[in-house]
Design a protein around this ligand. Structure first.
Ligand SMILES: Cc1ncc(COP(=O)(O)O)c(C=O)c1O
Length: 502
């Protein structure tokens, strides 16, 4: 094990941290409240059966106890603010702190979402500007910021496609989805009441027009609602044949949904509108440095052609000579997808990043994201076999096939051993089309120094797999928790604390 790259031991002093329920003592307080100066209320008389028979067993702790507990727990977290987070497909890029400053301005945070339009012109203008920039990035005419995540953007776009067909008196059901698409794509089709038809992945990892045509002919040519394609796809490759495929779909009366979650690899270089896409979503949290993880809040704006505009979610942000207004009178709209205007705080953060970078900066960011992934690929391909011979974009996918045959060490073991070296595990066993996939996305925000440390750790693990496979198979050794039974944790999660049996 290389002393230089061995960073697990640098974690400082750690203390065991029991749940806060196991701290404190009856009557201990963290705050001093003024004496009750209103009449005491009989809860049972007020709430009847809903009233609690016994008080909730809340922890009774002092302020330092509560504060220290949560700070200590927060220190056990692995986060982008402390280390590189090479999760492929999830794009854990650093969230610049200036974004947070902007989003915390009292004019934004204290604004009520129901304030009349004429009193929140500044906020509406920020939204308008974000929409304009996203239209420029995607090469599409219009934008809605409402969807709260990439997957919700997918659902919204598909609902709009469906509404577009219905408005023409058609109800085609089939959406062709290449196998290289993100997992949410077929799921969104089902949720939208459409039928996802899989197009098998070709050997090179790309979707090809010949296969799309064969699938259309096989599945009945008149029933084409559209195509849903992730580009760059989940093997980290650019779908070069998309314009030809889009033409095929358009010729059949269908529409093309582009999953643009990976725009961070192509912004400023290629535009979805030019590739034949009719509607696309962008994950602000993957491309424009807004935070994500832990379930949100995210933002998955969609951009689309003028032809799809009547069906976009309402209200529609409109620029009039009198100022910005939220137009609710949209009879063909698919309706509201999210409360109020979506996750507004994310729009400010994204806008801050867009303005700080400028057009040239955004172009450079995507070039660096690809360069960093290709650097990792070039530094590791002699010891980890790659999934595709084509040049990768923003993420690179390795397979464990050869390593497992030679040493018995699998993708999961490598991922766990990385934790001992102080790195978060990459995405594992996804995409499913690659055997034992190990998908690494460094993002543009990591320096060459950090990338070199990561490469050194990966190479050291490969070395260990040959010399001492059990060391890797039993990893992690240096984390607070050793290897967990993840299948059990997923199937029978214990999410509630119970008092220790006395
Ligand atoms: C290619 C792709 N599509 C869709 C999604 C779904 O986005 P979200 O997690 O915001 O719903 C992701 C998420 O990482 C993605 O990588």
């Amino acid at each position: 094990m290389s002393g230089e790259t061995f960073r697990g031991a640098e974690r400082g002093v750690e203390f065991p941290e029991p749940p806060i329920f196991e701290r404190g003592a009856p009557g201990r307080r963290g705050a001093s409240l003024a004496a009750l100066d209103v009449p005491e209320v009989d809860a049972e008389a007020h709430f009847g059966e809903l009233a609690r028979a016994t008080p909730a067993a809340l922890p009774e702790v002092s302020e330092p106890e509560a504060f220290r507990h949560f700070v200590r727990v927060s220190k056990q977290n692995y986060c982008i603010d402390t280390q590189m987070y090479p999760l492929g497909s999830c794009t854990m890029k650093y969230n610049p702190k200036i974004n947070e400053w902007a989003a915390r301005q009292p004019g934004f945070t204290a604004m009520h979402p129901l304030t009349p339009d004429h009193l929140v012109q500044g906020s509406l203008e920020v939204m308008w500007r974000v929409q304009e920039i996203l239209c420029a990035v995607t090469g599409l005419a219009q934008c809605s910021l409402q969807p709260a995540a990439g997957a919700q953007g997918e659902l919204t776009g598909l609902m709009m496609m469906k509404a577009f067909h219905r408005a023409q008196g058609r109800a085609p059901m089939k959406v062709f989805v290449p196998e290289s698409a993100h997992g949410t794509n077929p799921a969104s089709c089902t949720l939208a009441g459409l039928e996802a038809v899989k197009i098998p992945a070709a050997k090179d990892g790309l979707a090809h027009p010949e296969e799309v045509l064969a699938a259309i002919e096989r599945e009945g040519g008149d029933d084409v609602c559209g195509l849903m394609i992730t580009n760059p796809n989940t093997v980290g490759l650019f779908e070069t044949r998309l314009p030809e495929i889009a033409k095929l779909i358009h010729d059949k009366g269908g529409l093309v949904y582009g999953d643009g979650a990976n725009t961070n690899a192509i912004m400023g270089q290629a535009r979805y509108g030019d590739l034949g896409v009719d509607v696309v979503h962008i994950n602000l949290h993957k491309t424009f440095t807004t935070p994500h993880g832990g379930g949100g809040p995210g933002a998955g704006p969609i951009c689309f052609t003028d032809a799809l505009a009547p069906f976009q979610p309402r209200p529609v942000l409109t620029k009039t000579p009198e100022g910005f207004v939220l137009d609710h009178d949209c009879p063909q709209s698919v309706g509201r997808m999210r409360a109020y205007q979506g996750n507004f705080g994310m729009f400010i953060r994204a806008y801050c990043y867009m303005r700080e970078m400028g057009a040239d900066g955004l172009r450079l960011a995507s070039a660096l994201a690809v360069l960093n992934a290709r650097y990792i690929w070039s530094q590791l391909k002699d010891v980890y076999p790659v999934a595709s011979d084509l040049d990768c974009m923003h993420e690179v996918v390795f397979s464990d096939e050869e390593i497992e045959k030679a040493t018995g060490v699998k993708t999961l073991d490598i991922a766990k051993r990385l934790l001992d070296y102080g790195f978060h595990a990459p995405t594992v066993y996804f995409p499913l089309v690659v055997r034992g996939a190990l998908m690494i996305e460094p993002t543009e925000t990591e320096t060459k120094q950090t990338l070199d440390e990561f490469v050194a750790a990966m190479r050291a693990i490969r070395d260990e797999a040959d010399r001492e496979p059990d060391l890797v198979k039993q990893a992690p050794h240096l984390t607070r928790m050793r290897r967990l039974d993840e299948a059990l944790a997923a199937r029978k999660p214990r999410l509630r604390w119970h008092p220790p049996e006395s």
